[in-house]
Design a protein around this ligand. Structure first.
Ligand code: NDP
Ligand code: MG
Length: 400
């Protein structure tokens, strides 16, 4: 298992930085901290554009520093924080600097590959990292894992499925894991035909039946790209080969994932679909916090359903497997094309089915080079985005 085990400082409050504090995961992290204030001190909070929300959170959590990525919003942040002791900073570099501050725990909850540099900065100083930002692991898995090992950092999975598997594996050695089973809600289009999906609107795709999340991951759930990214994430986090990771659709989202061991035992982790559960697990690890989330009532739920994913209607899972098996630059192309295509769909420039189709086209450019430095990964990611933008433009023209 690649997820490291280390002992954090016992007895004193844990200092925490939240990267992406104004997002869905960032907000849930703030709620858990507010519920258990004696356990935490907040070092830094970062955001990209929601400056008022950032200032409000910084005051509520008594943060040392608040950082807004968009430099043009720094004057607004400074005026909102006037009269407090909170330092206001602005710009992308300032987000990386925030990750370098000496917080014990960094919640990596920026969306997309933009989270890579700050997350890597926290890894490089050996921090405990709560990893929600799956895209950075997908596009730079080997680099991140080698930096984790080199710097004695600890990755604690926050994505609910990976957190579930981490909890199930605890205490067992990697070689006794035979199979990982990722559960998937199936998203809003679980029962839709391809034809109906071809006309799906932004609003249809954002209407997730079980989870309330940021816009990008909501679209990823509708295409099942989210599960595809999670398959790659599981491969890197747990060091398990692609063919030993399966996906099952479980519409109630009560079982968050399962691990099958070589002796035939399968362990699962269950909770209502509320991100505060995996967030609290990571924030408190290795101890448990007291958090007032709704407890499971199995009798009220009655039954749990499972079905095989339909890769005909949702080809994303097949593409993730192909990307993992192709290796080289495939995971970077996969993630970059998806980010570009999701943004174009949200801007109503392309149709819903174009998203996965653009990713499939992007994978044709794969080359076998292993990119081992941050600079190489970032440069390749930029060129992958340029090509994906060209695909978007071609499709947008066809749609007119
Ligand atoms: P949101 O869109 O809700 O939040 C994203 C956060 O990142 C915001 O704080 C945003 O700032 C900030 N941000 C956006 N762009 C940049 C940038 N270029 N540089 C720095 N910061 C930026 O996303 P979620 O909270 O939904 O998701 C965050 C990550 O966690 C994703 O990788 C997602 O896949 C993963 N995840 C999310 C889950 C969920 O339930 N939401 C569940 C499991 C994993 P601002 O809003 O101020 O512009
Ligand atoms: Mg998930």
């Amino acid at each position: 298992m690649t997820v490291a085990i280390a002992s954090p400082t016992a007895g004193q409050p844990r200092s925490v930085t939240i990267l992406g504090a104004t997002g869905s995961v960032g907000g849930s992290t703030a709620r858990v901290i507010k519920e258990t204030p004696e356990r935490f001190r907040v070092k830094a909070l970062t955001a990209w554009s929601r400056v008022d929300e950032l200032a409000r959170l910084a005051v509520e959590l008594d943060a040392e520093r608040a950082v807004i990525g968009r430099n043009d919003l720094l004057p607004r942040l400074q005026s909102l924080l006037e009269g407090t002791r909170i330092e206001a900073r602005g710009g992308e570099r300032a987000i990386i600097k925030a990750a370098e501050m000496d917080a014990d725990f960094v919640m990596a909850s920026i969306v997309g590959a933009s989270g890579l540099e700050p997350t890597l900065a926290a890894i490089r100083r050996g921090a405990l990292i709560g990893l929600a930002n799956k895209e950075c692991l997908v596009c730079a898995g080997p680099l991140m894992l080698s930096e984790v090992a080199r710097n004695g950092a600890t990755l604690l999975p926050v994505d609910s499925e990976h957190n579930a598997m981490f909890q199930a594996i605890a205490g067992s050695c990697r070689t006794s894991v035979e199979r990982l089973t990722l559960t998937a809600s199936g998203g809003p289009f679980r029962c839709w035909s391809r034809e109906r999906m071809s006309a799906a609107s932004r609003e249809d795709a954002l209407a997730h039946p079980k989870w309330s999340m940021g816009t990008k991951i909501s679209i990823d759930s509708a295409t099942m790209m989210n599960k595809a990214l999670e398959l790659i994430e599981a491969h890197y986090l747990f060091g398990i080969e692609e063919r030993s990771i399966e996906v099952v659709v479980h519409p109630q989202s009560i079982i968050h994932s399962l691990v099958t061991f070589t002796d035939g035992s399968t362990l699962a982790q269950l909770s209502p679909p509320d991100m505060r559960v995996p967030i609290a697990h990571a924030l408190g690890w290795p101890s448990r916090l007291e958090v007032g989330t709704t407890r499971l009532d199995l009798a009220a739920i009655g039954s749990l359903d499972f079905e095989a994913p339909d890769t005909g209607r949702f080809p994303a899972l097949r593409l993730a497997r192909e990307a993992l098996n192709a290796g080289g630059t495939a995971p970077i192309l996969f993630n970059a094309a998806n980010e570009v295509a999701v943004a174009a769909f949200l801007e109503r420039r392309i149709g819903f089915l174009d998203i996965v189709s653009i990713v499939e086209t992007a994978l044709e450019r794969v080359d076998s080079r292993a990119l081992t430095s941050l600079e190489e990964v970032l440069a390749y990611d930029r060129s992958a985005r340029r090509h994906a933008q060209e695909s978007v433009t071609r499709r947008a023209r066809l749609a007119v």
